[in-house]
Ligand binder design. Structure first.
Ligand SMILES: [Zn+2]
Length: 360
């Protein structure tokens, strides 16, 4: 009799726990090619006053140069280094032994996003940034093909290759990326205005739009449709770095920090997302440091460009702040960890990454 009651109690508790976990919403965010060096130390001493990469070094230094790395990073990314440092976890400060690495050996965007979104590097098949529909299955697709999450998944990207990386056609996941407008019969006033504005604000690049468009399209969609799993990919940091414009690269990092702060504020003011949303933020690759000009570049010929970082906060994330003890995380752990949080099955053949233990 007692064992029966205990067994019943166990079932009730397990179900209650599962129901609680099932409620979690996930917002996965990437900042293309933002170096861990700037995230953890702010403006780079060798670049911030370097007239080869900065037009107005005095103005840039005034804005972002401080005596200590902790003051510099706070000036650059104030949301990350005040609120997130208090409530979440910031992994990847290699100066302290906290390492986050890619497992793919390519160190550029498509392989990086494939690894983050599918949980497995695919260096045999993903060898370029070409617009080839991904043969691998992303977690967005895994979720969207279940009855529970169908229609509750969405992706927004500044780079026009995302419809291919996510394989929009096969997965059925709505992807708004590149210079796409939003379509539908129920557009909000803001969506209509974004559609009007986007073609009238020329992007500096042919394949990447400015991040504000990606951000506000995502935000409007979230207000309207309340997706459970959202992926937002910001791109400015990478493109300004390729351009060799260090001031614009820092401005983009600072801007994206504010956009993420706004997403967090939105989530805390929307009953659907409030207190049950997990934020995971990372990057698709690092960049070089030595020789100095390699800060502009990445790819496997650039030394150490496989070093990345990871930031977590929100539902189920114990506060650890900046991780200051040696650890080794990999980008391929993000996908299975998200599936696990959403109570979706993980196929170990398709996903190499181990689940992250956020409590450790
Ligand atoms: Zn790049």
């Amino acid at each position: 009799m007692l064992t029966n009651i205990l067994a019943l109690l166990f079932v009730v508790m397990a179900t209650a726990q599962q129901a609680a976990t099932n409620n979690t919403k996930v917002i996965l965010i990437t900042l293309d090619g933002l170096r861990w060096q700037e995230l953890f130390s702010g403006a780079d001493q060798l670049l911030v006053g370097n007239s080869e990469y900065v037009n107005d070094t005095t103005a840039l230094k005034e804005q972002y140069w401080k005596e200590t790395p902790t003051a510099r990073r706070k000036a650059l990314m104030p949301f990350f280094w005040t609120e997130v440092a208090e409530m979440g976890q910031i992994h990847g400060n290699r100066n302290l032994g906290s390492k986050v690495d890619l497992t793919n050996q390519m160190w550029f965007s498509y392989p990086g996003y494939n690894e983050i979104l599918t949980g497995k590097a695919d260096d045999a098949r993903i060898t370029s940034n070409d617009k080839i529909p991904n043969m691998n299955t992303t977690i967005l697709e895994v979720a969207n093909t279940t009855a529970k999450y169908k229609g509750k998944v969405a992706a927004f990207g500044s780079w026009d290759v995302f419809p291919y990386i996510i394989n929009e056609e096969r997965s059925g996941v709505p992807v708004n990326a590149g210079f796409e407008l939003v379509t539908g019969n129920d557009l909000t006033e803001r969506e209509k205005f974004l559609n009007e504005l986007q073609p009238k604000v020329p992007s500096p690049w042919g394949t990447v739009r400015l991040d504000a468009f990606t951000h506000y399209y995502a935000l409007e969609y979230m207000k309207k449709n309340h997706p459970v799993l959202v992926y937002i990919s910001y791109g400015e940091t990478d493109d300004f770095a390729h351009d060799g414009d260090y001031a614009a690269y820092l401005t983009a990092a600072n801007n994206t920090d504010a956009l993420i702060a706004a997403l967090w504020d939105f989530s805390q003011n929307d009953p659907f997302y409030k207190d049950n949303t997990l934020f995971i933020i990372t990057t698709d690759h690092g960049r070089g440091t030595d020789p100095l000009h390699t800060w502009r570049d990445h790819g496997n010929k650039v030394k150490n460009a496989g070093g990345v970082w990871m930031v977590l906060f929100g539902k189920g994330v114990p506060s650890k702040g900046e991780v200051k003890t040696p650890e080794q995380l990999y980008s391929n752990q993000i996908a299975p960890t998200i599936l696990n949080i959403l109570n979706l099955e993980i196929d170990p053949k398709k996903m190499k990454g181990k689940l992250m233990n956020l409590k450790m």
